[in-house]
Design a protein around this ligand. Structure first.
Ligand SMILES: [Cu+2]
Length: 94
């Protein structure tokens, strides 16, 4: 009984983790006008508001935002548009 439950739990865990891991991507955006701590927060919040975004790291010295997101729910264009709409024109960099 316990082994069956453990097995079922393992299957459920694998089923939950695999599709998420397969869809998760990271992209670095070049973001203009990011000069201070407030810009950093504003840009991060704007991008985090896009459905599917898991994490945003803004670097005000490099003027970049590195975004971890689910590519089945959000596109790079949507991420860049969110920052652009907040007053920080953004585009993907390699
Ligand atoms: Cu600022």
């Amino acid at each position: 009984m316990v082994r069956k439950l453990a097995f079922a739990a393992l299957i459920a865990l694998v089923a939950a983790v695999l599709p998420a891991a397969a869809a998760e991507r990271s992209v670095t955006l070049a973001v203009d006008n990011t000069t201070c701590a407030l810009c950093k927060i504003t840009v991060a919040r704007a991008i985090e508001a896009v459905p599917g975004v898991a994490a945003v790291v803004v670097d005000t010295d490099a003027h970049t935002a590195t975004v971890t997101y689910d590519d089945t729910r959000a596109s790079v264009e949507q991420l860049a548009a969110a920052a652009t709409d907040a007053g920080y024109p953004a585009r993907a960099v390699e």
